[in-house]
Design a protein around this ligand. Structure first.
Ligand code: MTE
Ligand code: MO
Length: 509
């Protein structure tokens, strides 16, 4: 019984491992990932919010593990069936593969022929493993010779086959991932971005405040937060990619990657924030983005008066939409350049995790209504069409709320005496005018700000505290460029962004 289950489980591992290897070798999508993506797209909004809230960015590994656990359970059941009905169990394995193909095909990115080939190769290998393992797992017949112990021999044979199957499963999966990933990355590394025609507000060396533990003005790409619904980062070959501008326009057009890079680009610092960010949380970052002003593309297409919404569509089916006026808005100069079709991030081509080859960056809006990564089309529509997150319980409009965060000191114990209190504050599209800190219920004290990189970028702030022994609460608040003071009203992230003051509890001793 236990051996039969193990035989079925390992045969499934062989099937999945070989399928992954085939996907990698063929340059096709991984079946497991395609199924995972299909599951994510069909998850009801409340469950997805719950998953993000409880698991955070671990929600995807958890989903992957879930798919593997379900596969293992199905495999074990098929293994037990195979003891008496080997043909039926083999057919079951093939049917399981077909179910996977069907799930994967609900995703437009899956190439049907490749999916069938990948699943087919996997199923053949899986059935072969099931037959071999089931035979080896069967109780040995009567001894044919006095000096061979058939039980021992059979057990060894089963163990050898089982180890080989496990190895095929694991190495196949690993090999498939290795074959799949580096190709686009190698291409990406050869790309030289054009010189921007307008540069960002210059950042003098040492322009940032020098405080240990304070977030830098520009978050390095490798540390920038990542949020998206993609189970694995989409690998988009820029040579196969194009960007369509279409919908309610007079002159729809399509650009290749090379054509996009030939257009004039600008650079600007923009702080991107996720609507799921809790007060004081890390789902926010500032980068210097390089891109083609969205306005240039929309003017070339000729936006019709009926259009009210710009929708960004991703190669992975994600969509996000915002008002046409924001797409057409002309910036006022350096540090305020309006919406961008970004191709560069902090001086290099967009990292794959952040949307290579192109993404939207719309200053002032949370990412879920604006910042479409792996952009494939810009479509002029009306608000009848709802972006990905809207039917899942988030507001149609998502302006970023003014927020200040304390980075230093962190909760815990600090020494008495001079102690910097420092952090970052953002109100993209409005700018940050003032940041104030207060100790316990004391008066608000004005912090010193880093030089402005423009209205769309966050600013660092620092306030020198003369820390006195005891337990204290530090609170911070920002005032935006319109003079509006950050609200103390506490709100959770859903449906349109968290609000309230960030506080940190410290013990001075
Ligand atoms: N294709 C795609 N683009 C996307 C998303 C997504 O799920 N898929 N998520 C959006 C959300 S919710 C945010 S907050 C930003 C995050 O961008 P980052 O990962 O580069 O920080 O990307 C946006 N663009
Ligand atoms: Mo987000």
């Amino acid at each position: 019984m236990r051996r039969a289950s193990l035989a079925g489980l390992l045969a499934t591992a062989v099937a999945l491992g070989v399928a992954e290897l085939a996907a990698g070798a063929l340059g096709a999508r991984s079946l497991v990932v395609a199924i995972g993506d299909a599951v994510i797209d069909r998850t009801p909004g409340w469950l997805e919010r719950f998953a993000v809230a409880t698991l955070g960015t671990a929600d995807k590994p958890v989903l992957l593990v879930g798919i593997l656990v379900v596969s293992a359970l199905v495999g074990a059941a098929l293994g037990r069936l195979a003891r008496t009905r080997l043909a039926l169990a083999s057919a079951g394995l093939v049917a399981f593969g077909a179910l996977g193909v069907a799930a994967a095909l609900t995703d437009a990115r899956t190439d049907p022929a490749a999916a069938v080939a990948v699943a087919g190769v996997g199923a053949v290998a899986g059935v072969a493993a099931l037959v071999l393992l089931t035979r080896a797992a069967a109780p040995a017949g009567p001894a044919r010779s006095v000096d061979t112990d058939p039980t021992l021999f059979a057990r060894r044979r089963f163990l050898a086959l089982a180890s080989a199957s496990a190895a095929v499963g694991v190495l196949g999966a690993a090999g498939g991932r290795l074959l799949a990933s580096p190709r686009v990355e190698r291409l990406r590394e050869t790309i030289a971005l054009p010189r921007p025609t307008a540069t960002a507000v210059p950042l003098a060396p040492g322009a940032g405040l020098a405080v240990d533990g304070l977030t830098p003005l520009r978050v390095p790409n490798g540390e920038f937060y990542r949020i998206d619904t993609a189970l694995l980062v989409p690998e988009v070959d820029p040579q196969d990619w194009s960007l369509e501008v279409r919908g309610l326009v007079d002159r729809p057009f399509t650009l290749t990657y090379d054509e996009l890079l030939e257009l004039s680009t600008v650079e600007s610092d923009v702080t991107l924030a996720c609507v799921s960010n809790e007060v004081g949380g890390g789902l926010v970052g500032n980068a210097r983005w390089q891109g083609v002003p969205l306005r240039d593309l929309l003017e070339r297409a000729g936006v019709q008066p009926a259009a009210t919404q710009v929708i960004g569509r991703s190669v992975d089916g994600f969509t996000a939409g915002f008002p046409v006026e924001l797409g057409l808005r002309q910036g006022s100069g350096p540090g305020d350049v309006g919406a961008l079709v970004a191709v560069g991030m902090n001086g290099e081509p967009l990292p794959q995790r952040h949307g290579f080859p192109a993404r939207l960056v719309v200053p002032g809006l949370y990412g879920y209504v604006s910042a479409t990564k792996w952009l494939s089309a810009i479509e002029l529509t009306t608000f009848d069409e709802r972006g990905y997150w809207i039917p899942r319980g988030w507001s149609r409009e998502g302006p970023v709320k003014t927020q200040a965060r304390i980075d230093v000191p962190r909760r815990g114990t600090v020494a008495p005496g001079r102690q910097p209190v420092a952090g970052v504050a953002w109100a993209p599209s409005r700018g940050i005018e003032r940041v104030e800190v207060r100790v316990d219920d004391g008066p608000w004290q004005e912090a010193r700000l880093s030089d402005s990189l423009g209205v769309d970028a966050w600013r660092q702030w620092v306030w020198e505290w003369d820390a006195t022994p005891g337990a204290h609460t530090l609170t911070v608040r920002a005032t935006d460029g319109t003079g509006e003071v950050q609200t103390p009203r506490v709100a959770p992230p859903a449906p349109n962004g968290a609000s309230g003051h960030h506080t940190v509890q410290v013990v001075v001793s």
